[in-house]
Design a protein around this ligand. Sequence first.
Ligand SMILES: [Zn+2]
Length: 123
Amino acid sequence: MNFDHMMPQDPFADDPNDPASFLEDEEQVPALDAHERAQVNEDLRIVKECKRYLAPRGMRGIFFLCEDCENTHYYDWDIMESNMRASLKGELPPVHEPSAEPDVHAYVTWDYALGYLDGLAGR
Ligand SMILES: [Zn+2]
């Protein structure tokens, strides 16, 4: 999990052209290279597993301590999925919008989610 893809990116970074995008008015972020795309696709696959297996067990998403603002951020699986899809399309993910009083007990760390999935798979 690379939280760079969850965070707002430098709007002044060079190379804003995503050949897949036709929307000139959209804010653009540097296109992911092949390695980054693979990484985001892998994270996306995991998030889908989380939605399928962890959400029914009461886990709504992840939390992590943000180094930028030193707050804890909570992300629902759906928000993570849309952020990752935005990254793949070269769009700025809509982040840093605090959830309205999230139920903090319903969120786990990314590592915990990975470990839980491994446990379910018998790994
Ligand atoms: Zn933050």
